[in-house]
Design a binder for this molecule. Sequence first.
Ligand code: ZN
Length: 480
Amino acid sequence: MRTIDRRTILKAGAALAVTGLTGGCASSPAGRGTFTRGLPARDEFVVRDATVLTMDPAIGDLARADVHVREGSIVAVGPRIAASGASAIDGRGMICMPGFIDTHWHLWTSICRALINADDPKRGYFPVTNALGRHYTPADSYCSVRLGLAEALSAGATTVHNWAHNIRSPEHAHAELRAMRDMGVRGRLAYGTPQGLPDEQSMDLKGLEKVKREWMPGNGNEDGMLTLGICSRNVGDSTNLLRGNISVAMARTDWGGARALGLPITMHTSGPSPIKLLDNAKLLGPDVQLVHPLLTTAEERHIMRERGVSYSTSPTGESRRPASAGVIQLGELLDAGVKVSLSIDNTSSYAADYFQCMRIAYNLHQHRIGARIPLTCKRMVQLATLDGAVDLGIADRTGSLTPGKRADLILVRTGDINMAPMADPYTALVSFAQPTNIDTVVVDGRILRRGGAFTTLDYAEVLNQAAECARSLAEKAKWV
Ligand SMILES: [Zn+2]
């Protein structure tokens, strides 16, 4: 049996054609076929002797077991799997678990990290992204999404819901989808309106239909990795006009256009809760995901459960908001039977760290209502994996280590200084782990990271292009 060695993978990756942007971000074309890069092949391999947390209730946790992957699928999970001809990955001293599933991330803002200052409100996330967002070319979108996804993969995210509320043309959507495809992640593009669009103007439904037709005439793209939806401007929220505030009538137009194409909808609820307003308008359904559950009432949580609406919470950012914005209602939502998932929101203000994300949500829950509503570390890991797949409607293909599902998994080292000696693996993940403990990241059977490094991606090139885009955008926006 061969053993997969990181140097072997790097050597193989170096032979792959890698074509990046040329000529600077401002002038680079972003049409289909412009950007291509090699991804590692979907080899057959077996992870041997790991602590396997399947997140599949029928299989459970296995203290020492193997995971066999072939042609991008999980074919077997259990002890001492016979798999002649398959390469071996030594899983001793590792947790093998599903990759994280991020259900709300504005990847287009990733490059704005270069300009944001947390201590200066004028240089905060919203003013910077709104000012620069109006100048984005498709190439800027491409570079920013790639930068964000490089961080996503290094943090163990294998699926990302790309909440793209700056689609300035169908070409911007193409660029974001191409970046997702080139980086090898699974995900959904939520097609949104451009920054600065008047509230009285509907979203570009013709552009949406065009992108749907060209990229995914069925329910997804050809290999099922990418799907499409829309992200809506806020309804009934005048607290942050930089992101729009549309009427119920406009929501009917935008949401109706998406539904006519069979596409799901996502929307922020950062200000006063719009749930009753939306329900009275008969707009809520199982194809709706809301984001930031901070100010819901018991009645609204009942409505969400009845309508099948899901909620994505972003604990890292939400815990920085003032008390007047509400509290993270994770326990209340779970208690009411509402579907919940976790997200990072953006990485221009926070690092992509799902361990920290789980830790903040868990800590705040225990601090506030833990004595009344029990919450376990295992449930936190479920929220960050399987429940994210349920939220995005892709639990038939990812979210757990179940034979027949696609192979989206990570290996987390348990012998590192912040992890050892390990007792309960879920306690270790929620209380101690950091992204630097992630050794291996596999998406759809492709080994994208091994030994804590990218196998084929030229990260320096990704970073250089992103930094150049940020510089160019700052110049165009006269941002000093
Ligand atoms: Zn958001």
